[in-house]
Design a protein around this ligand. Structure first.
Ligand code: NDP
Ligand code: 2IT
Length: 447
């Protein structure tokens, strides 16, 4: 339920951003948590902090023309939403997927404000992307697209202004082409302008692994708070991209057994535990589909086309594909099958109904803002290394990541406790993330 004042703010957000349903959903979730904060801090309401947070500081939409290998011309749309820079330069990834439109970029940018705040590091919130579909495109087509995209984006970004990174459809390959074009146009080797770079040109150890590793660390903390661990537990992971692969790797190191993963064609069940080397070979090296994984795995794994991975019985669910992939029905099924913890590697993968069902069933639920913050936190560590022309070891960087995830976990619990919602990580993450941004906005005056 929304507090009366928040309800009128929400109505206004609906009116001013018509049709942007994912953005509405993300805003509503935050507003539902922060009612009690306004009671304690009337100064936030007086200076209209919430209304200001819901309005991006700047939104950029641009044309991205490019030519495919046969010489045919294509026109895509590019976006960068610079949402909030109270804590630092706008920071957040770029998503290349045919479903991208302003509402998706705004929901992601809005989430990013609070997530970045929760890390405790000096980064503001932003997000961008394009409706470009990289599937089936050649290396050269992807490179030409990235170059055209950056030919417009370069004028809006900079290491002290706005620092993009990867997201769905944008990994190290794309970041390389984007950075190369930025460097060429500006004639500046400005490493800190983008993160997720390769190790040979300013990238940081552990950034590739960070979101998945961080999510596994976060879930390990939630389990520990309940006196248990990953040891011997059956885990289901959705997706088989960057976040999913490194979630699987760390869950295994922590003693869990990942019995299923998926992609947009369906899922595989592999009762003995997913073969990570084979998964990396098929999905990352060959860029092929999961049916190929099952085929090569012989009798050990089964590929189930077109169905939801959440029908596989598991004790821990780690959604790592996309938004709204766990519906109310999926959540009911997961609870019935004995799921005790959920860690969101993806952004907003659980619908509001799904979250309600998990909460009512007492499932430990780690929202994306907290659970997947390890990716952007390690991006901030990459920026630190770029600024000081330093590079840290894998071990040192992984320890930093683990400590950051522990701190986020503890901060969520502390804020949830303080506002009378013990154990509620959704409320804790929203409240804690909000307060830091709100305090900085107050201090900076009406800008
Ligand atoms: P990738 O592109 O590497 O992988 C995405 C995976 O999700 C693929 O397996 C893809 O399947 C699947 N997927 C994507 N869209 C859909 C869809 N509409 N329906 C079904 N499956 C889908 O992306 P990432 O791993 O980087 O991102 C995954 C999630 O994690 C996203 O929600 C992203 O916002 C979030 N995230 C990413 C971070 C990062 O550092 N990369 C940081 C924090 C959050 P297919 O291969 O068939 O397309
Ligand atoms: O959703 C996210 O936090 C990301 N895609 C990573 C952002 C970043 O800047 O590393």
């Amino acid at each position: 339920m929304l507090h009366e004042r928040l309800s009128s703010i929400y109505e206004n957000v609906l009116r001013r951003n018509a049709g942007e349903t994912e953005f509405h959903q993300a805003v509503r979730e935050v507003l539902e948590s922060i009612g009690p904060v306004l009671g304690k801090h009337p100064e936030y309401a007086e200076s209209k902090i919430i209304e200001r947070i819901c309005e991006p500081e700047r939104q950029i939409i641009f044309r991205v023309p490019w030519e495919d290998d046969r010489g045919e011309v294509h026109i895509n749309r590019g976006f960068r939403v610079e949402f909030n820079s109270a804590l630092g330069p706008y920071k957040g990834g770029l998503r290349f997927h045919p479903s991208v439109y302003l509402g998706i970029v705004k929901f992601l940018g809005f989430e990013q404000i609070f997530k970045n705040s929760l890390t405790g590091l000096p980064i503001g919130g932003g997000k961008g992307g394009s409706d470009f579909d990289p599937k089936g495109r050649s290396e050269r087509e992807v490179m030409r697209f990235c170059q055209s995209f950056m030919t417009e984006l370069y004028r809006h970004i900079g290491e002290y202004t706005d620092v993009p990174a990867g997201d769905i459809g944008v990994g190290q390959r794309e970041v390389g082409y984007l950075f190369g074009q930025y460097k060429r146009i500006t004639n500046r080797y400005e490493s800190g302008v983008i993160t997720g770079k390769g190790l040979s040109y300013g990238g940081a150890q552990v950034r590739t692994e960070a979101t998945g590793y961080g999510c596994a660390f976060f879930v390990a903390e939630m389990l520990k708070a309940r006196g248990t661990s990953f040891d011997g537990r059956r885990v289901a992971v959705s997706g088989s991209g960057n976040v999913a692969v490194y979630t699987i790797e760390k869950v295994r190191q922590l003693g869990g057994i990942v019995v299923a993963c998926s992609d947009s064609s369906g899922y595989v069940v592999d009762d003995k535990g997913v073969d990570l080397d084979l998964l990396k070979q098929v999905k990352q090296v060959e860029r092929r589909r999961l049916d190929v994984y099952a085929e090569r795995r012989g009798g050990n794994a089964t590929f189930v086309p077109g169905r939801s991975v959440w029908e596989v019985p598991c004790e821990v669910a780690m959604p790592s594909a996309t938004q709204n992939e766990i519906t109310g029905r999926d959540a009911e099924l997961l609870v019935r099958n004995g799921c005790v913890a959920v860690g969101e590697g993806a952004n907003m993968p659980t619908t509001p109904e799904g979250i309600r069902i998990f909460e009512e069933a007492g499932v430990a639920f780690g929202p994306g803002k907290a659970a997947n913050a390890g990716g952007v936190a390690t991006s901030a560590l990459e920026m630190q290394q770029n600024a000081s022309r330093d590079s840290w070891t894998f071990e040192f960087s992984e320890n930093r990541l683990q400590q950051i995830m522990r701190d986020i976990h503890d901060r969520c619990l502390r804020s949830a406790d303080e506002y009378g919602m013990p154990g509620n990580y959704v409320a804790g993450a929203n409240i804690d993330g909000f307060k830091r941004v709100a305090d900085a906005m107050l201090a900076l005056g009406l800008i």
